[in-house]
Write a protein that binds this ligand. Structure first.
Ligand code: MV4
Length: 493
């Protein structure tokens, strides 16, 4: 493998190119007309414009991407996350074109992309699942009687769903038929597949996922867990590794289950197995993501493994160079996703130019970033600017470093989720590890949208304004800070 094409943009394109460079592999970047000036274009050994700004015409333009591979004699494609990363048709097309995909087979993607097929696949592998139906519901009467035996509330899920789309909670039997109809039509319109199934509804779960690596010779290992419960509308905001609630015993059991899930679909490459953990610390298999995840850096920090390098080595046909016994957890890592969104205005996306963009640095800080000062944030893609990752010997040290790094990170020109992340780092429930997937909804009430208690509003206001004022007034930023504060006050009144 001499040359790979990175079919992605922003921080993840850079992330992949850096590992390739370390391995002596040449890189080909692709970009849309909106990304001409992006750092990933300059970093690549070669770069090709693949189309107009909308993803459908550029980063998803399969014919153009394959044509580029042929013109530039590319051996393999790394898809990053999003875009084509979990597209089974794309994976099949690459087989036909004799281009290596740095990722799993089309069959594994398809199997795990369908929640019901995934459940059927892991059934023989001793993996705990939430009680529910294991086939799609065709007979509503029958489903209702199953719901009765599971006990309400129950959850209707779309087989083709994921990321929370097409889910409906049913509180009581009398609502069942109505919710069922709505779920089927929602699933049909969102995924073109109306298959739904039901599960017992877990009221306050934690979302914990396990990183796995599988080579082409049948070796599968796990790289422990990531805690991803701090999310908003199914979009993760803060992740960490390890989780502060897992005992060694649960960690090992969950890890073994994740390995079994990977084995059930003959998985190859890096993958993530998602679980829900309930109040009694019982865990249940949810789904498997057949790609490198956004939050992979926290796993790299605590294991010392470069996951992208391992993906490439696996695609080259190498045997994993370590066994499960060679892996251990060292220290603690946190990741904050920095989005160009206004936390004081219901996280509305904020577009504009990065007038000032000064990155934090030094001991225990890693920044996976795709932007530079002066750049405009395109409206066509995801609004994530960067991922701020901190590492410490323990969780407390990782948290202190995260607070310091957030305060050292100066962004002017667009509103970001950084002040919100500081709010989380200071929240006693977060500090104590006492939270579930409802954390943001429960504790962060946006004063400009919700008319909640003044006390709470004042508390958040004080926190954010303290953050904005105590940032070290570095050169030229005083005016910017003042402007931010006044804008923010204006929003509130
Ligand atoms: C659940 C659940 C409660 N009970 N299943 C959301 C996305 C999809 N991956 C599965 N999800 C859930 N499935 C049962 N039986 C709650 C969620 C859920 C959730 C899961 C992980 C992270 C955030 C979440 C937010 C809301 C709901």
């Amino acid at each position: 493998m001499k040359k790979i094409l990175i079919a992605n943009r922003g921080e993840i394109a850079l992330r992949v190119m850096r590992s390739a460079k370390e391995m002596g592999i040449k890189t080909v970047g692709i970009y849309s007309e909106a990304d001409r000036l992006s750092p990933h274009v300059r970093y690549a050994d070669e770069a090709v414009c693949v189309g107009a700004p909308p993803s459908s015409e550029s980063y998803l333009n399969v014919d153009k991407i394959i044509e580029t591979c042929k013109n530039l004699e590319v051996d393999a494609i790394h898809p990053g996350y999003g875009f084509l990363s979990e597209n089974a048709d794309f994976a099949r097309r690459l087989v036909k074109e004799s281009i290596t995909l740095i990722g799993p087979s089309a069959e594994a993607m398809e199997m795990m992309g369908d929640k019901l097929k995934a459940k059927a696949s892991v059934k023989a592998f001793n993996v705990p699942m939430v009680p529910g139906t294991d086939e799609k519901i065709t007979d509503v009467k029958e489903a209702k009687s199953i719901a009765q035996s599971i006990g309400y509330p129950i959850l209707i899920k779309a087989a083709a769903g994921g990321g929370g789309k097409g889910m409906r909670v049913v509180e009581q039997a009398k609502d069942f038929e109505e919710q069922m109809k709505l779920a089927v039509s929602e699933a049909l319109s969102s995924f073109g597949d109306g298959s739904v199934f039901i599960e017992r509804y877990l009221g306050s779960p934690r979302h914990i996922e396990i990183q796995v690596l599988a080579d082409t010779h049948g070796n599968v290992v796990h790289l422990f867990e990531r805690e991803c419960s701090i999310q908003r509308r199914h979009q993760k905001v803060i992740e960490e590794a390890p989780s502060s609630v897992l005992t060694q015993e649960i960690r090992e059991a969950m890890g073994q289950c994740a390995v079994n899930v990977a084995k059930s679909c003959d998985y190859v490459g890096a993958g993530t197995v998602e679980f829900l953990l309930d109040e009694n610390k019982e865990f249940y298999f949810l789904e498997m993501n057949t790609r490198l995840q956004v939050e992979h850096p926290v796993t790299e920090m605590i294991t010392g493994v470069d996951l992208v390098k391992e993906q490439i080595k696996i695609a080259q046909g190498h045997t994993l160079s370590f066994t499960q016994d060679n892996l251990s957890i060292q220290g603690h890592a946190l990741e904050v996703r920095v989005y160009a969104e206004d936390p004081m205005n219901n996280f509305a996306p904020d577009i504009g130019t990065l007038k000032r963009y000064v990155l934090p640095d030094s001991v225990g800080v890693r920044l996976d970033n795709g932007f530079e000062e002066g750049m405009e944030i395109p409206i066509f893609y995801d609004s994530m600017l960067s991922k701020l990752i901190t590492y410490g010997r323990d969780r407390q040290e990782a948290i202190s470093r995260m607070k310091r790094a957030i305060m050292d990170y100066t962004i002017a020109g667009v509103k970001t989720t950084l002040p919100f992340a500081l709010f989380v780092m200071d929240h006693p429930n977060f500090v104590n590890g006492d939270f579930d997937t409802h954390f943001i909804k429960t504790y962060f009430t946006d004063p400009s949208v919700l008319d909640k208690s003044c006390e709470e509003e004042a508390e958040i206001a004080a926190l954010l304004s303290r953050h904005l004022q105590t940032q070290r007034p570095s050169l030229n930023t005083d005016t910017v800070k003042t402007e931010n504060i006044s804008n923010w006050k204006k929003n509130r009144s």
